[in-house]
Structure formats: C-alpha cells, structure tokens
Design a protein around this ligand. Sequence first.
Ligand code: ATP
Ligand code: MG
Length: 158
Amino acid sequence: MSYGAPSVKLVSSSADETEEIGFRLAGVLKAGDVVALYGDLGAGKTTMVRGIARAFGIDPRDVTSASFTIVAEYPGARPFYHIDLYRIGSEEELEQTGFWECLGGSGVSVIEWPEKIGEAVLDKAIRVRLRHKGNDMREIVIEGLDEKDRHHLQTGKA
Ligand SMILES: Nc1ncnc2c1ncn2[C@@H]1O[C@H](COP(=O)(O)OP(=O)(O)OP(=O)(O)O)[C@@H](O)[C@H]1O
Ligand SMILES: [Mg+2]
C-alpha cells in the first residue's frame, strides 16, 4: 500500500459523470500504461472503462460488464485492453487469457478486480479506487499520476 502517495480525489454523482472522469483520465494515459480499478461490485469500474474506451475511439456500448470475457482487446492506433479478473481462478487460467502479453505491449490496459493478481505486477500501475457513498454518489481516488496530470484530472484543463 502506498499510503500517503499524492492522489486526486473526485466525487461522481451519476454513471455519466464517472464515464466522463474515465474519459478525462484517458487523456493523460501513455503507451504501456496499466490502470488498476479497485472497488466493490457495482462501484462503477466498467462504467469508467467505457469513458476511457470512448477516448480511444471505441464505442462505449462495446465495453461489456459481463465478466465472462476476461481479456477484451480493441485494436486501434494504440491497442486497448479491458481486463476483468473477477472469474480468474488460477495462475494457469491467467496464462491462457493472454494477460501477460497485454501488459508487456505498447497498448493501454485497464484491469477490474486487480486484487486477483500480485501487487508486484501492479507496481507502476495507476490505481483508481471507487467507493459507494450512498445512492448514485461515488468517491473516486486516483493514485500514480504526476502533478500535471493530477491537475488535468482535477480541473479538466491541460
Ligand atoms: N456515480 C456513479 N458512477 C458509476 N456508476 C453508477 C453511479 N451511480 C449509479 N451507478 C450505477 O452503478 C452501476 C455500476 O456498474 P458497473 O458495471 O460500472 O460496476 P463495476 O464496478 O464494474 O461492477 P462489477 O464488479 O460487477 O464489474 C451501474 O448500474 C450504474 O448505472
Ligand atoms: Mg465491471
């Protein structure tokens, strides 16, 4: 745990707002970046992925919340991988999904249920924590960005 690391804290009051925060986050992502999305069932992880995907030119409706597809790859100028580890049961299973190839490449990977894999793998990941705050409110804390990018997230400006 990197307790005390500089972070951005945002509040979302709707699914659309969370998607928009994802879109804004995508604006600071670089080749090879890994985004780890932490949060309970229904916290809004997939919703946020839709916003990130939209920024990559992907139709957000193509981003599914069914966790049967463990690795969904979207080709484009920069490959985009939506990875949902909820149903991963073993190391062997993970190998078969092509997970490691995604992480090693020049694409951007976003991971739901990153708790399922070792912390070491996520060493350089941008960590996003989504928390229920009653009704449609969510607290979204993002860690692992430099000061300029934190400013962009907070204000929406470059
Ligand atoms: N502020 C909000 N941000 C995100 N989603 C919200 C918000 N308010 C309500 N919702 C609703 O909560 C649900 C979030 O679902 P989503 O699939 O994004 O969660 P998830 O974290 O990916 O869950 P899972 O662990 O099952 O994959 C959606 O039905 C969405 O409409
Ligand atoms: Mg999900």
